[in-house]
Design a protein around this ligand. Structure first.
Ligand SMILES: *Cc1c(COP(=O)(O)O)cnc(C)c1O
Length: 419
């Protein structure tokens, strides 16, 4: 699909007068419309709930918007649980899908009454020891091998650190039942950023059949199946977009085909989407500081990989729009870079763009998930502000930019200043 920014040059200039670049901006209208469509796509399932993966965009204003749209949250750490609690998510509005879990994290999840998703068989005894076994508990499944759809290899679960084998699921359920658990969930995350309407239905088929076998083998009551994250977005303009209505209908068919005949039509479907919920509704807005012409033509931004790590880390494509030059011909070839002392700090390599001048404002698209949240402080770079574009077109600062004081806050300088 054609990539159009959700802000104009004039809007950006107004916001920049208030909040200097670089900043991440989120589109409230887009977030709400998309969340409503997701809920519509799964409305056929009585207990359906999306638990937004907090790690994608851990900002309370964003979580509140999603809460108003009926979503819960998926947390994986102590501070994410604290954020959920602060935003007023109750126990059953929170999934806790962690791995290599510290004692304190597990205890906080238990205290909040979150659904706990055990990553390993050994975590049954771990949980019993540190917090006790709750009435409802979830186990994470890993089928091993490679995960393919048709002729396409989608991902490699056999190499993934997460989840349990089927036999371990059976043993964990039996052990949990013996220790008082009465209702069970199944969770699996088999492929990331899928741009295919078939991923969720295929995964659902695998998990629904597993649910039937687990019920037969253990007699456990399975109350929910969590399809987790992995529904992706079309980062590249030439990619097709996922159609969530088609995806929801595909999952419904598997449900009718497998669970209903097994007498398991009361199973609730949960999702833990992050990228799909937020990525397209975020932009990283940045100003051109310098241009440089050596063996290649470089455009240097006031943002860097510390503000958006995905291109440096995964070689990911993020579309770029030069605001005000939306209709200019893309007849210049640039490397668009940040200022880290790392040559992988490039948002784009050999990208065809309109001719760029110093002071131009660039929008990096699809940065609403796994964007700000993967930020870091390398080279002493400070984390940027986050801004919310409200439905009425006004903007609100929802996280201020870091200052040098924040960067130095974890040092104690007093020994250096002793007289
Ligand atoms: C990261 C993650 C998600 C969200 O993944 P997306 O690719 O953003 O949809 C959901 N569940 C778990 C357990 C995760 O680790």
């Amino acid at each position: 699909m054609e990539k159009k920014p959700f802000i104009t040059l004039e809007q950006a200039q107004r916001i920049i007068a208030d909040v200097p670049t670089p900043f991440h901006i989120y589109d409230e209208k887009g977030i709400r419309e998309n969340a409503r469509l997701l809920n519509k796509a799964f409305a056929w399932n009585k207990g359906y709930k999306e638990y937004f993966a907090v790690k994608a965009t851990p900002n309370p204003y964003i979580l509140k918007i999603l809460q108003e749209e009926g979503c819960g949250v998926d947390c994986s750490s102590y501070t994410e649980l604290m954020l959920a609690e602060a935003c007023g998510f109750s126990g059953q509005d929170t999934m806790f899908s962690s791995n290599v879990t510290p004692v304190e994290d597990m205890q906080l999840a238990a205290r909040l009454g979150a659904y706990i998703n055990l990553d390993d068989y050994t975590h049954v005894e771990f949980l019993e020891r540190v917090a006790g076994i709750p009435e409802t508990i979830c186990c994470r499944y890993n089928p091993g091998g490679v995960f393919s759809m048709g002729n396409d290899i989608m991902d490699n679960p056999g190499e993934a650190k997460y989840g349990m084998t089927e036999q371990q699921m059976v043993d964990a359920y039996k052990k949990l039942m013996a220790k008082g658990a009465r209702h069970f969930g199944i969770h699996a995350f088999l492929a990331s950023n899928t741009v295919s309407n078939e991923y969720y239905p295929t995964l659902a088929g695998i998990l629904f059949e597993l649910a039937v076998r687990l019920k037969e083998a253990t007699g456990a009551h399975i109350s929910f199946i969590n399809l987790s994250g992995g529904v992706g977005v079309d980062y590249r303009p030439e990619q097709p977009a996922n159609d969530i209505m088609v995806i929801g209908e595909g999952v419904r068919r598997k449900f009718e085909e497998i669970l209903v005949p097994a007498g398991m039509g009361d199973v609730a479907i949960f999702t833990e989407l992050g990228r799909f919920m937020l990525a397209p509704y975020g932009h990283l807005v940045s100003t051109v500081l310098h241009e440089k012409h050596t063996y290649k033509d470089y455009i240097g931004l006031d943002a860097c990989a510390a503000n958006l790590m995905r291109p440096a880390m995964y070689g990911s494509y993020h579309h770029i729009t030069v605001l005000g030059k939306e209709n200019a011909p893309c007849d210049h070839r640039y490397d668009v870079t940040g200022g880290l002392c790392e040559n992988n700090d490039k948002f784009a390599i050999d990208r065809m763009l309109p001719e760029i001048q110093i002071g131009d404002i660039l929008v990096l698209h699809d940065t609403g998930a796994h964007g700000f949240s993967m930020g870091y402080n390398y080279n002493g770079k400070l984390r940027s502000a986050e801004v919310l574009l409200r439905e009425d077109g006004s903007h609100k600062l929802i996280r201020r930019a870091e200052t040098p004081e924040d960067y130095f806050a974890t040092f104690d300088f007093t020994p250096f200043f002793k007289k």
